[in-house]
Design a binder for this molecule. Structure first.
Ligand SMILES: [Fe+2]
Ligand SMILES: [Fe+2]
Length: 266
């Protein structure tokens, strides 16, 4: 069994030093790996990227991350990626990585993904060339995700994105913003993978809900911090066994620090 901790949308600012690291310093007691589903920063600046890298580097387990839209908002995503990589964090963008624990190989394929909407919404806009272009804009990243999933050599597979692959986990968000929160193309890539994907993890939908399912039956979890309401989600994965969610409850020994802050929107 592999224990997977995950969160997204921590949205650190220049003043966030010490707000996240204490939660991650003893993570190996509960998890074998930490997945970060994007939006590490508020405005995507290099200064925020430095804080995010330093905080995530406090984790005593391997950290695998994708960037989010906020991390791209200042055009410094390459610099932020480099800072994270220098801190030992594996940053995925249409790529995958494998870790091995207790004889089980966990493969994670990921990338930011894209918006574009879901069939009910997408169907209504496909006659408009500009809106059709918005939907189709996400196809290359979805195809890269699918290829990265297929390339994983492992027993247990996880898809990690910032944008949502299904609409299930958007429940609670305003319907008008659904097209900007994810794309059905990501869900199709997950369902179209040559080998079954055991779990799909995403963030971005701050007002969404925790659990969903792709049409093909892969469990989907929205790990945006405002949805979690706790420092991280914890999943137990084992070859051939269904996903087990473990709620991380408040503990008496929880670090006496301010909880990670998040901004208001996606
Ligand atoms: Fe976002
Ligand atoms: Fe966010």
């Amino acid at each position: 069994m592999i224990r997977v901790a995950a969160f997204g949308d921590v949205h650190v600012g220049p003043d966030s030093s010490g707000t996240l690291g204490p939660y991650l310093a003893g993570l190996s007691e509960h998890a074998d790996v930490l997945l970060v589903a994007g939006d590490l920063t508020r405005r995507g600046t290099v200064a925020e990227g430095e804080v995010a890298a330093a905080e995530l580097a406090c984790a005593d387990v391997p950290v695998i991350a994708v960037l989010g839209n906020h991390d791209h908002s200042a055009g410094r995503q390459d610099a932020i990626t480099a800072l994270l990589q220098d801190a030992g964090i594996r940053v995925l963008e249409g790529t995958g990585t494998v870790i091995e624990r207790g004889g089980v190989r966990l493969g994670v394929a990921g990338g930011m993904g894209s918006c574009g909407g879901f069939p009910d919404v997408a169907d209504t806009v496909l006659s408009e060339p500009e809106l059709r272009a918005l939907v189709e804009d996400g196809r290359p990243s979805a195809e890269r995700l699918g290829a990265a999933l297929d390339a994983l050599d492992c027993e247990v597979r996880v898809a990690l994105t910032h944008y949502a692959p299904v609409a299930d986990t958007l429940a609670g968000e305003r319907l008008e913003v659904y097209p900007f929160l994810g794309s059905h193309l990501l869900g199709e890539a997950i369902d179209g993978a040559r080998r079954r994907v055991d779990l799909a993890v995403h963030g971005h939908a701050h007002y969404g809900s925790a659990k969903g399912l792709t049409p093909g039956g892969t469990p989907v979890r929205n790990v945006a911090l405002p949805v979690l309401g706790r420092p991280y989600a914890l999943f137990h994965l084992a070859p051939g066994l269904p996903l087990a969610d473990e709620l991380v409850l408040e503990r008496a020994d929880e670090p006496d620090t301010e909880r990670p802050e998040v901004c208001g929107g996606g």
